[in-house]
Design a protein around this ligand. Structure first.
Ligand code: ATP
Ligand code: MG
Length: 165
């Protein structure tokens, strides 16, 4: 899959859907602006929800600065906040950059099993509401003006050995 570059790339997916993994395998770390990473910068760790307001303030500043310079910017958040998305899209347009929403179409059951295998799982009810928010966002993206790219789950199960070659 080839995406335009430079571009604004906004990830959309529940916890455990594979957003950070997808971004990390395709972009340089400086191109990725992550709310979790910024919570770790300004709070006690990536799960420090008390640091969210400060982390998102920084995120918005970094996104605006990078887009203002025409630099590729990958926004690694849940992607479900309509008003934040609107602002990022407007900034990309002002900079003349294409705006791509990358939806991680990972099945709910896979997100849940990956989540429960993590050190600090998101509570099940939180994951349920994230999955619903992602489904709602997916219905809105095209109409908002995003170029939508859907990342299909891998054909192989999570625990399958890596293919040779
Ligand atoms: P969060 O919103 O909590 O940050 P995320 O969407 O960024 O979640 P990742 O951290 O990228 O999700 O992935 C969650 C787990 O799933 C990790 O353990 C990762 O190794 C695994 N994973 C991600 N993508 C794949 C994939 N394509 N195949 C198999 N495992 C994957
Ligand atoms: Mg992540």
């Amino acid at each position: 899959m080839r995406l335009p570059d430079p571009a604004l790339v906004v990830l959309v997916g529940a916890s455990g859907s594979g957003k950070s993994t997808w971004a990390g395998s395709r972009y340089r770390s400086a191109e990725i602006v992550s709310s979790d990473a910024l919570r770790e910068v300004v709070g006690s760790g990536e799960h420090d929800l008390d640091a969210s307001t400060d982390a998102f303030a920084l995120l918005e500043q970094v996104v605006a600065a990078r887009l203002g310079r025409g630099l590729t910017t990958v926004v690694d958040t849940l992607g479900t906040d309509v008003s934040r998305r609107r602002g990022w899209l407007a900034a990309a347009r002002a900079a003349g950059l294409p705006a791509v929403a990358v939806v991680l179409d990972t099945p709910a059951g896979v997100c849940r099993s990956r989540n429960s295998a993590r050190d600090r799982p998101v509570p099940a009810r939180v994951l349920t509401s994230q999955l619903a928010a992602v489904a709602s966002a997916v219905d809105l993206l095209e109409g908002e003006g995003w170029h939508v790219v859907r990342v299909a789950p891998d054909d192989v199960p999570d625990d399958a050995p890596a293919a040779a070659g």
